[in-house]
Design a protein around this ligand. Structure first.
Ligand SMILES: [Zn+2]
Length: 260
């Protein structure tokens, strides 16, 4: 292939592996390498992260990461392209070209989602020493048809994966909250428990009178869970091994010559 120019500089290190792949008509090189963790001072000791359906993530510090608007637009475009495909004659060149357009649109949706997730997880891992996050059973939620689209969109699995490796990179600890922990049903002030159905967006406590946004209340409960996990000796997970962390990056080689 010869030399390839990259838009962003690469780290001066030995690459462990290369993977070359083709997606939607374009070529990619993905390489993985080891880097030294960048342990840094954190602004916050604890944070609870509630992964939303409406929002990307809500933090117990009050910060909200919204789903990007571009995602919705790209999805509308995808729906339109799909409809147009139905009208193209089977086996025709027009139909093949339309297929390529659709896969490019799919890739765009996935890139927008990935970008938003990367921004949120980097911020969380750089600025918080202990991160509580729900160990969501995403596949279980996927089987519920009403939720499926929204859940796939919110990218739960990818979010958790990024938090895990970035926590190693920046020296944070991750507490995975038990999937049966009733984070939405508890009052984050007094721990009173009451049933909450999906349509209830506000948690109002019958015992202490607290009134909180549903997801923010859940994030606070997750933070409390993480604090308790650290209060029990021997239960604190320790990610701070200071060992090199393996990361992988993807390089776009659209302009690469000689590949057909
Ligand atoms: Zn209460």
């Amino acid at each position: 292939m010869g030399w390839i120019s990259t838009y962003e500089g690469l780290p001066h290190t030995t690459v462990k592996s290369f993977t070359i792949s083709q997606q939607a008509g374009d070529w990619y090189i993905s390489c993985s390498y080891e880097i030294e963790p960048q342990i840094r001072e954190k602004e916050f000791d604890y944070v609870g992260v509630d992964l939303g359906i409406k929002e990307l993530a809500i933090l117990s510090t009050g910060l909200v990461f919204s789903n990007p608007k571009a995602l919705k637009n790209a999805q509308n475009q995808l729906t339109r392209l799909q409809r147009e495909l139905q009208r193209k004659e089977k086996g025709s060149n027009r139909r093949n070209r339309q297929r390529l357009r659709i896969s490019k649109a799919h890739r765009r949706v996935s890139n927008i989602r990935k970008d938003a997730t990367h921004k949120a997880t980097s911020y969380i891992c750089k600025n918080h020493a202990v991160i509580g996050i729900e160990d969501l059973n995403a596949s279980g939620m996927m089987s519920n048809h009403k939720l499926a689209g929204a859940v796939a969109d919110s990218n739960f699995y990818e979010f958790k994966r990024q938090i895990s490796y970035k926590a190693l990179r920046y020296g944070s600890d991750v507490v995975l909250v038990d999937r049966w922990f009733p984070s939405t049903q508890l009052c984050s002030c007094c721990e009173h428990k009451k049933p909450m159905n999906l349509s209830q967006r506000i948690y109002s406590c019958d015992r202490c009178g607290s009134v909180l946004d549903r997801d923010f209340n859940a994030a606070l409960n997750i933070e409390n869970y993480a604090r308790r996990a650290f209060a029990v000796p021997g239960h604190a997970p320790d990610n701070r091994s200071h060992a090199p962390v393996e990361v992988s990056i993807e390089i776009d080689v659209i302009s690469c010559l000689g590949f057909e």
